[in-house]
Design a protein around this ligand. Structure first.
Ligand SMILES: *Cc1c(COP(=O)(O)O)cnc(C)c1O
Length: 454
């Protein structure tokens, strides 16, 4: 009998997060002070984050214990299911075996609560009253709203203006969990005012929203800031996904040749792929881990590896990463969660060292893939997730051409039930192909005066 669904028991929720930094052949370069451009220590982050998260940000310990309270909340939706995509295999008529790990079963519909719950917990332990954050498509804002609500912490969300208007229901979701939501850029912060003075009609960007949320936290002692991607501790919290996935692949009697995930700042990609990369680094396995990014925001495939700010205004430490430049404002494509100029430090170093791969897809190819997936498998994926499906479909077609039966694992990191306006646009033929020109990329990079990396 065909087994479609590969499940784990509650007791198989991982007890530790995996920290890939321990196993990296080249450790990440240190962050630099935004003013002096000298390396900074963890204490520089103290105004923004609780100590325990700062410790996790810099630790090289291989495993970090997941607190019992966090595991207990994880039980609301973890372990998440894995499926064999028989329907998609059939439609593609491919000899490849396709699996997907589904994080859309979480309360907010994506992988984001895996770190939101952990971050809210450590803030609570250190007496923090309010957390500010930014959100693009609304996935992170809703995950953090849910997590803060659970621990009785106030949550203030700066939502990228274009998404605020494209996705009104995400805002309502955040409000339902008790959060306050602002359309960024706002007049509430100096950073927001500065942007609005230059461009009153700014659609906003993640970089701008981060500037606003960071400023709020830095100027109020009872308020801390939380980031939903990019940072080491965020990527580490997400490894529960891949750790479960390894057990599930074992149960299925298989091991992926390819693991593919969409890429915004790197958290869901890291979450599913780092535990598999450990098998490469430790056991000499040869699993290809592919990050799928939008052709309109291609930092991994067309950006540069150098120091850059995490935000637009230049308040965060300088991080060594693949970037399109902190002034880059991506086109308002529908995969809002992937519209970020930079990439996490750890993933950037791994790409530099050719331990992972990256590929870019145009949004039309992605929606075509997403609709094919929905028709074959039922679940309507988030627009971000469609990028990974597009990559998987290309790989499955290659397998067919080459007559190879490779195993492909897709990270189905979120559902698209709040993104139907984007699907409506696609289905009515109103979605445009969007690829950024080399001139646009060069113009954004030409503005960078941050330190280069030899
Ligand atoms: C936030 C989000 C992303 C992009 O962020 P990463 O940190 O790169 O994972 C991708 N997909 C979904 C569904 C998201 O919510």
């Amino acid at each position: 009998m065909k087994q479609r669904k590969i499940l784990l028991n509650e007791s198989e929720i991982p007890e530790k997060w995996y920290n890939i930094v321990h196993d990296m052949p080249n450790k990440p370069l240190p962050p630099l002070h935004p003013g002096t451009k000298e390396p900074i220590g963890p204490e520089a982050l103290a105004p923004l984050f609780p100590m325990e998260l700062i410790k996790q940000e810099v630790t090289t310990d291989k495993w970090v214990e997941i607190p019992e309270e966090v595991r207990d909340i994880y039980k609301i939706w973890r372990p998440t299911p894995m499926f064999r995509a028989y329907g998609l295999e059939k439609v593609l008529d491919t000899p490849a075996k396709i699996y997907y790990k589904y994080e859309g079963v979480s309360p907010s519909g994506s992988h984001k609560p895996n770190t939101a719950v952990a971050q809210a917990y450590y803030n609570k332990m250190e007496g923090v009253k309010r957390i500010t954050t930014e959100t693009g498509a609304g996935q992170w804002g809703s995950a953090l709203s849910f997590a803060c609500q659970h621990f009785g912490i106030e949550c203030e969300v700066y939502m990228v203006k274009i998404s605020y208007h494209q996705k009104p229901y995400r805002k309502v979701m955040m409000n339902t969990w008790g959060a306050q939501v602002h359309a960024s850029p706002t007049n509430l912060t100096e950073a927001g005012k500065k942007i609005l003075a230059q461009d009153p009609d700014s659609p906003g960007s993640l970089g701008i929203a981060i500037s606003e949320a960071v400023e709020r936290a830095a100027t109020d002692e009872n308020t801390k800031y939380a980031l939903g991607s990019v940072l080491n501790h965020v990527l580490m919290h997400q490894t529960v996904i891949g750790l479960e996935a390894i057990k599930q692949m074992e149960k299925a009697g298989d091991l992926p040749d390819i693991v593919v995930a969409p890429f915004g700042g790197g958290s869901n990609f890291a979450g599913i792929s780092f535990p598999f990369l450990r098998l490469n680094l430790e056991e000499g396995k040869n699993i290809r881990c592919i990050a799928s990014e939008p052709a309109s925001c291609p930092k991994l495939t067309r950006g540069v590896f150098r120091y850059d700010f995490g935000d637009t205004v230049g308040m965060t430490p300088l991080l060594p990463m693949y970037t399109l430049g902190h002034n880059f404002v991506p086109a308002p494509i529908h995969a809002g969660g992937l519209r970020y100029h930079g990439a996490g430090v750890v993933v950037s170093q791994l790409l530099k060292d050719k331990l992972i791969e990256a590929i870019a897809h145009d949004q039309l190819e992605c929606f075509e893939a997403g609709v094919a997936f929905a028709r074959a498998e039922g679940i309507i994926p988030a627009p971000e997730t469609n990028h990974a499906i597009a990559t998987a479909i290309r790989e499955a077609k290659r397998c067919k051409e080459e007559g190879k039966s490779e195993t492909i694992l897709i990270h189905l990191c979120g559902h698209g039930n709040f993104d139907l306006a984007a699907y409506e646009n696609y289905l009515s033929g109103n979605l445009e192909k969007h690829e950024i020109t080399s001139e646009e990329i060069e113009a954004a990079l030409a503005q960078l005066d941050t330190p280069t990396i030899p």
